[in-house]
Design a protein around this ligand. Structure first.
Ligand SMILES: NC(=O)c1ccc[n+]([C@@H]2O[C@H](COP(=O)([O-])OP(=O)(O)OC[C@H]3O[C@@H](n4cnc5c(N)ncnc54)[C@H](O)[C@@H]3O)[C@@H](O)[C@H]2O)c1
Length: 287
């Protein structure tokens, strides 16, 4: 097998200017993919593009400054990618505003929900839950037309979804997790899959401020995202949809099925939802 199995593929990665998004961009580029790096912070994109090109080669990376909550700019971001690379196959919704916008230290300082700035709450929900929906709405018809594609949404660990003191962060990620299940069901049979990928613990990015006191070496390192995202974007994962994967539990040394079982689970909380009563019962496709 070639050492650049993603040659010919193109990924749009939001939040690719730094942190986990940049690490995933570097990982996919090293496998031969071309990357459109979308981030609202133009300044960080120049360095990120240079780092991604160092991993994947000259011309493999495109800087796309855009706010993923802005309809017009998000459309332009997708159009620019298609103009530059002739199309795209993968959308990774990674851009987000983290808990640090609500508290300088979510370990020791957990403001009550009524103490948060309500406009900030709204903005974080918009960036983290609506942004991925907007990007996926624009991207999906293109991916479905091509008959092959990936939507990968970065949510968070279940216990972070209800972590106190972090305002809209957890609820916004719970919304994205649930929406991934809807996306996967709607895309079923199109050749396009929808999955969730999470680091599996606080990661060594600016989202986990120094004030938390965590030993930075003990945090999940951003590169941990690379093996599972590379695999999710490979043809070996063509039959994998509606799943969530924990990057820190992804063990490349295991055989495929064991690896999937160790790090994967259904998206959202399907097993809890299935106990709800429904007149006439549930069809499998509705789960
Ligand atoms: N760091 C962690 O501990 C951790 C844990 C679980 C999940 N996650 C998730 O992983 C993803 C990446 O997190 P990270 O730690 O790398 O964060 P980060 O803050 O280092 O990077 C996020 C990037 O998103 C960009 N961004 C924010 N809002 C945007 C918008 N409206 N439009 C375009 N770009 C925007 C930022 O400019 C930034 O470059 C996020 O979805 C986060 O919720 C992180």
């Amino acid at each position: 097998m070639t050492d650049r199995p993603l040659e010919g593929r193109t990924a749009v990665i939001t939040g690719a200017g730094r942190g986990l998004g940049k690490a995933m961009a570097e990982g996919l580029a090293a496998q031969g993919a071309r990357i459109a790096l979308v981030d609202m912070e133009k300044d960080v994109l120049a360095t990120a593009v240079a780092d991604v090109e160092a991993a994947g080669g000259q011309g493999c990376a495109l800087s796309v400054p855009a706010d993923v909550t802005d309809t017009e700019k998000s459309q332009v971001a997708i159009d620019c990618t298609i103009d530059a690379f002739g199309g795209f196959d993968i959308l990774i919704n990674d851009a987000a505003m983290g808990p640090q916008f609500f508290t300088d230290n979510f370990v020791a300082h957990t403001p009550k929900f009524w103490e948060h700035d309500i406009d900030l709450w709204h903005r974080v929900l918009t960036v983290n839950a609506y942004g991925p929906q907007l990007m996926a709405t624009i991207a999906a018809p293109h991916l479905v037309d091509r008959g092959w594609g990936r939507i990968i949404n970065v949510t968070t660990s279940l216990d972070t979804m209800y972590l106190r003191g972090c305002g809209a962060y957890g609820p916004s990620k719970a919304a994205l997790e649930a929406n991934t299940r809807i996306m996967a069901q709607d895309l079923d049979g199109t050749g396009v899959t929808a999955n969730v990928l999470i680091p599996g613990g606080p990661a060594n990015t600016r989202m986990i401020p120094e004030a938390t006191g965590f030993d930075r070496d003990e945090l999940v390192q951003p590169e941990v995202m690379q093996p599972p995202v590379n695999w999710l974007c490979s043809t070996d994962a063509d039959d994998i949809s509606n799943m969530r994967f924990i990057a820190a539990m992804w063990d490349e040394s295991l055989p495929r099925e064991e690896r999937i079982a160790a790090a994967g689970a259904p998206t959202a909380w399907a097993q809890i939802g299935s106990v709800a009563k429904r007149p006439g019962g549930w069809a499998d496709a509705e789960r």
